[in-house]
Design a protein around this ligand. Structure first.
Ligand SMILES: NC(=O)c1ccc[n+]([C@@H]2O[C@H](COP(=O)([O-])OP(=O)(O)OC[C@H]3O[C@@H](n4cnc5c(N)ncnc54)[C@H](O)[C@@H]3O)[C@@H](O)[C@H]2O)c1
Length: 359
């Protein structure tokens, strides 16, 4: 038994809230990993998590850096709000673990993503971003069907997202690339509306936005953020010879060989277990993880290019050269005057006690 335990990857989790539970259940489903340490500045969150996942109280920390210094971790999950993804990933990488699994969005600017990659590269750390729907079997089915030519040359993909570009829409932009076999984004045009002081998990977000992105395979992606239709994780891909309508639950396929829609349900794979499993396999010498950080960065590059297009009133050619967050620049510059004042955070309900924003 002891020998088996010694061979397990030692996992530590920074931020013991909602998505951290999904990470924890993911690791619990993987034979080669064991959650050994936790960090969260909110004692009640830490205690509850430690009890649920049976982590010893002496391995629970209010300060994540103390955990990183003391616990000799192999894998670190970063499951805090977005603003802490870069600093916590960089802090984790500086201690040279084997891997970091950081939640999406990878960062809140392209500059942050690049700093995370520098930290990973200079310390030899494998970094994965938590776009776990890459493990949704319906999305993978759509990717394989499109690659095999089931809808002919993909021409357009349309998605409807919400909660600002960095939240839901980072998944959707990652989905666009995933189902198209990860083409490079080449150009972006977009616009935003922000007439209220809207925040999401303590970052400034727009009220509405739209973005169009041209990919290297000739397909054009269109993302509507809180415009027109209900938000959902999925999209519709129009090809020269057919259509793939993708949700989390299924792919519906129609093409020049079919007389009616073919319904192809998802197999219900636990995406977080699959994400963790592929990570340990990568550490054991297996193929690169499908959520490798470059994909998380690509989603952020498109998002920042949508903001940059709104700021510069131009079609933005990629690679993006602006490293700051252009939405923040527009707000600071007075380009998006508030008409209905008063800061509000659409995720303030996640905080504890009297807090309305993080300390
Ligand atoms: N992949 C997905 O589908 C998915 C789903 C939900 C959330 N997320 C992402 O996960 C991240 C966390 O979201 P959530 O809903 O779990 O938030 P949450 O508020 O439920 O959890 C965040 C936790 O981080 C803790 N925290 C705050 N400051 C900290 C610090 N300095 N060090 C360590 N911990 C700290 C908080 O106390 C809290 O327990 C977000 O970036 C979000 O985008 C991803």
């Amino acid at each position: 038994m002891e020998e088996k335990m010694a061979s397990k990857y030692r996992v530590g989790i920074i931020g013991c809230g909602g998505i951290a539970n999904a990470h924890a259940r993911g690791y619990e489903g993987v034979e080669q990993a064991e959650i050994v340490a936790l960090a969260d500045p909110v004692p009640a969150a830490l205690d509850k998590f430690a009890n649920t996942y049976d982590v010893a109280k002496e391995n629970c920390y209010l300060d994540p850096r103390e955990m990183l210094d003391n616990e000799n971790l192999d894998i670190i999950s970063v499951a805090t709000w977005h603003k802490l993804h870069a600093p916590m990933t960089i802090a984790a990488c500086a201690r040279s673990p084997k891997a970091v699994l950081c939640e999406k969005p990878m960062g809140v600017s392209l500059g942050e993503c690049d700093e995370m990659l520098i930290a990973a590269n200079r310390n030899g750390v494998k970094v994965v971003i938590g776009h776990q729907r890459r493990f949704n079997s319906a999305w993978t089915d759509a990717r394989n069907l499109i690659a095999e030519g089931a809808i002919g040359e993909p021409r357009q993909i349309i998605c409807h997202g919400g909660q600002g570009l960095l939240n839901d829409c980072s998944h959707l932009l990652d989905m666009m690339r995933y189902v198209l076999s990860d083409p490079a984004p080449q150009w972006v045009i977009g616009n935003v509306e922000r007439k209220t002081e809207r925040y999401e998990r303590d970052i400034q977000i727009e009220d509405r936005s739209a973005g169009i992105v041209g990919f290297s395979n000739g397909c054009i992606g269109m993302l509507l953020q809180e415009i027109g239709r209900p938000n959902y994780q999925g999209g519709i891909v129009y090809g020269a010879d057919g259509i793939a309508d993708v949700t989390e639950g299924r792919v519906r396929l129609l093409n020049n060989k079919s007389t009616d829609w073919e319904e192809r349900p998802s197999d219900g794979t636990n995406q977080h277990v699959a994400q963790a499993q592929e990570l340990v396999e990568w550490l054991d010498g297996g193929p690169e993880h499908r959520g490798e950080a470059k994909h998380g960065r690509a989603a952020i590059e498109i998002i920042m290019a949508i903001y940059e297009s709104a700021r510069m009133h131009e079609v933005v050619q990629l690679p993006l050269r602006t490293h700051a967050n252009p939405l923040d620049l527009m707000i600071e510059n007075g380009d998006l005057p508030i008409e209905r004042p008063g800061r509000y955070d659409i995720r303030a309900f996640l905080l504890h006690g009297e807090s309305m924003k993080p300390e």
